[in-house]
Design a protein around this ligand. Structure first.
Ligand code: DAH
Length: 380
């Protein structure tokens, strides 16, 4: 049967008996099915639908026009029945195909958008805390464990807090060691600035004053933070470095409490075998003032290096200078309205970078500030 059989009448196709009708429709259906199964896209499906079911010139319409309408009376019932069956079957097949094409289309989309979980991702290395931060934490943990709390203060200070209230009057010679950077402060009533009225703090000691102004005794605080001095950079100096200040004030704190606390800290930090000693020193805000030393960590306090030569770190002295400290000078209490007759206390100020360098065997303070990952990675 030619493919365009629907364009001819049954008579032209030589169909004269009712039993010839069903095979005619069967062939038409298999032709439609074959076309239908080859369809892959929604567009092709639509074309097929118009071609077969289009009102004006669709195959089904033409079958009605050419086969059914002019059919001989004895053929008509069979043609009508077969035509209805044909339409129902083709419609069912089309529905199945349409669903298949749609889900196929969905699949293609999801294949395109699919994330391949087996591909290696872009690795973003996780950083670690800087050694300075780690040592801050170590030291804070030791003091917090014996009842100190951690406070902070501003890095831009007034001369009052940085010097005067710490019993360092304007022309006191210790100011020579604390040359720093002065900044212009905005005036109270507008953008006018007063040159040199503020400075970058030269030590964390001003936070002693700020803490006592805010808080009634007893006081037990440590103050970690950055400090600044007009120093030229070398292996042991930097214009910015770190300190940890300590302050304990109460009704009967003695020199023994003071040395006991410091010794406890030093043993916790450097290990149980280090020895400590203190020597008389001078700070305007402590009386008496001391300088704390530890037995040299590099030569075990012998003054002799492993190779038999004089220890280069302590220069044979067996001791390493660690930090300044002392009993709080009663004059300081006068600045914060504490009763100097009833209260006593101790204070200390440690160079944090120096403590880190001693413990971790670093011989250049600049390594802390250069951010060379080869250095940083050694302290994960
Ligand atoms: N602020 C001193 C400095 O930076 C260090 C210091 C010494 C702090 C003795 C203290 C102290 O609290 O009691 O050189």
């Amino acid at each position: 049967m030619p493919e365009n059989s629907h364009e001819k009448t049954l008579a032209a196709l030589g169909v004269t008996q009712p039993d010839q009708v069903a095979p005619l429709f069967a062939r038409l259906l298999s032709q439609a099915s074959a076309e239908l199964n080859a369809l892959a896209s929604p567009e092709a499906f639509e074309k097929f639908r118009v071609n077969w079911f289009g009102r004006k010139a669709g195959v089904v319409t033409l079958v009605g026009d050419n086969w059914l309408k002019p059919a001989a009376r004895e053929l008509k019932p069979a043609v009508g029945q077969e035509l209805n069956k044909f339409k129902a079957q083709l419609e069912a097949q089309m529905e199945a195909r349409r669903a298949a094409i749609e889900s196929g289309a969905k699949e293609t989309v999801s294949v395109k958008d699919r994330v391949d979980l087996s591909l290696p991702g872009a690795t973003r290395p996780v950083g670690s805390r800087h050694l300075v931060r780690q040592v801050f934490q170590e030291i804070e943990d030791i003091f917090v464990s014996i009842g100190f709390s951690v406070v902070e203060g501003p890095e831009i200070e007034t001369p009052y807090y940085n010097f005067e209230a710490l019993n360092i009057p304007e022309f006191h010679p210790v100011r020579d060691d604390m040359d720093t950077f002065y900044v212009e402060a905005a005036g109270e009533s507008g953008p006018k600035t007063t040159p040199g009225s503020l400075l970058l703090r030269t030590h964390t000691s001003p936070v002693q004053i700020r803490t006592m102004e805010k808080q009634k005794p007893p006081v037990r605080v440590i103050v970690p933070g950055k400090v600044y001095r007009r120093d030229n950079p070398d292996a042991t100096h930097s214009f910015m470095f770190h300190q940890i200040e300590g302050l304990a004030v109460d009704t009967d704190i003695t020199f023994c409490d003071f040395t006991g606390t410091i010794e406890y800290f030093v043993r916790q930090y450097f290990g149980p075998s280090v020895k400590t000693r203190f020597r008389p020193s001078y700070f305007p805000f402590t009386e008496p003032s001391v300088e704390f030393d530890v037995s040299c960590i590099f030569c075990g306090g012998s003054g002799v290096a492993a190779n038999g030569a004089t220890c280069g770190k302590c220069k044979g002295s067996a001791w390493i200078e660690l930090f300044g400290a002392g009993m709080v000078d009663p004059a300081v209490y006068g600045f914060v309205n504490y009763d100097a007759k009833k209260l006593s206390g101790f204070a200390f100020g440690m160079g944090m970078d120096r403590l880190a360098m001693l413990k971790y065997g670093i011989d250049d303070i600049q390594a802390f500030f250069q951010n060379d990952v080869r250095f940083l990675r050694q302290f994960p």
